[in-house]
Design a protein around this ligand. Structure first.
Ligand SMILES: [Zn+2]
Length: 375
């Protein structure tokens, strides 16, 4: 007799609501928690399915990427895609190998606390310190890289996970940070000319708890740069960055992921256009640098940047909050402030994976170097 299937979210960054389990069919959906409206992050553990083919039906739409769901049969070490059972179908089949009794399923391969911890343990060139303590009492980490011993002319700040579910941004951040340790001329230039400050998990509690984060009520972390900040992380960034940069902040990059799939720009890498024409011109100039110097597999075209006023980039009104990018563009010395959107699964038909996202991060570092050399 078959053992019973069990699905739970009791894993790091876990998120699922199980509606029913009937034989080999699981029906489930993302746990929205304090999200306003629909969102699509989920990540769970499936047990009891070894040697069987489990059918998973997501009961809310737009919860699978175009490539399907991500599955790991080795406890989260490696991941593969399981294709949807049909177009615009939110179901997939999961053939569980014999002996695999801890299967992880997710919308895309997750990046949470253990990933950052492992990364930092392996990278001695990064100075790790605490930005602040999260609402739930966790340390919020910030990193410095580059010319820490000297007095380099340029300062750059990079943030990720203002929206905690946007995990592909973290792989890109790893690639960007690694460029500062590279044993080549580009790495030497970055170390000689740039001091970088990075906040890898702006919404640390959300990342570790597996929240959506996007459209969190009453406002999410990337709307929290107006009036008094309601989150300790954003308050600390607003306090720390101007003190640290001393008027020499040249660039501020904020890494994001767009909507889950398809529809206009969501399967392309792009910069979110500023309403300020001067800043939009700098964003376009930076985009041209990425396009020209790109060596990684993920395609990027400056023409894919999303001008202000197009699609979702209509700004809303500032009474509901201000983004990190808009705030950073007001700081002394800043020439470039940009939010960059990296898709969850596909960029112009090339797979976005931890490896390809890391390579895109390296491309961003090289574009940054080329850009700063023109200032
Ligand atoms: Zn975002």
């Amino acid at each position: 007799m078959n053992s019973l299937l069990a699905v739970d979210a009791d894993i790091p960054a876990g998120n699922i609501i199980v509606e029913s389990i009937d034989g080999d069919t699981v029906r489930m959906r993302p746990d929205l928690r304090d999200t306003e409206g629909h969102w699509f992050y989920w990540h769970c553990r499936l047990r009891g399915g070894a040697g069987r083919t489990v059918r998973v039906e997501m009961t809310s739409p737009n919860t699978l990427t175009t490539r399907g769901a991500a599955a790991s049969f080795d406890g989260g070490a490696t991941w593969q895609w399981l294709a949807p059972t049909g177009p615009a179908d939110w179901s997939f089949l999961c053939p569980v190998p014999a002996g695999a009794d801890d299967v992880r399923l997710a919308m895309t391969p997750p990046y949470a606390g253990e990933h950052l911890r492992r990364y930092l343990e392996a990278r001695g060139h990064l100075e790790v310190s605490m930005l602040c303590t999260s609402r739930k009492g966790r340390p919020v980490v910030c990193l410095r890289a580059g010319g820490l011993a000297g007095d380099p002319p340029h300062r750059v700040v990079v943030t990720a996970r203002h929206h905690c579910c946007e995990m592909m941004a973290s792989w890109a951040l790893e690639g960007l940070l690694d460029a500062f340790a590279a044993a080549d001329d580009a790495g030497a230039w970055l170390r000689g000319n740039v001091e970088l400050l990075a906040v890898p998990f702006v919404d640390t509690d959300g990342v570790l708890d597996g929240d959506q984060g996007k459209n969190r009520r009453p406002r999410d972390h990337n709307r929290d740069y107006l009036g008094e900040s309601i989150y300790p992380e954003t308050a600390a960034i607003r306090q720390r960055v101007p003190c640290w940069s001393q008027g020499r902040l040249r660039a501020a990059l904020d890494l994001h992921c767009p909507w889950i799939r398809g529809v206009e720009t969501n399967e392309r890498i792009y910069i979110v256009g500023s309403p300020d024409p001067g800043m939009w011109a700098e964003q376009q100039r930076f985009g041209e640098m990425i396009e020209r110097h790109r060596r990684g597999p993920l395609p990027y075209l400056a023409a894919d940047n999303l001008p202000f006023g197009v699609a979702w980039n209509v700004g809303g009104n500032e009474n509901t909050g201000r983004s990190f990018g808009r705030w950073a563009s007001t700081l002394d010395g800043v020439v470039l402030a940009a939010s960059i959107e990296l898709p969850y699964a596909i960029a112009r038909e090339t797979d976005v994976t931890p490896a390809s996202a890391r390579a895109f991060g390296a491309d961003l570092a090289e574009a940054l170097r080329q850009y700063l050399m023109t200032l």
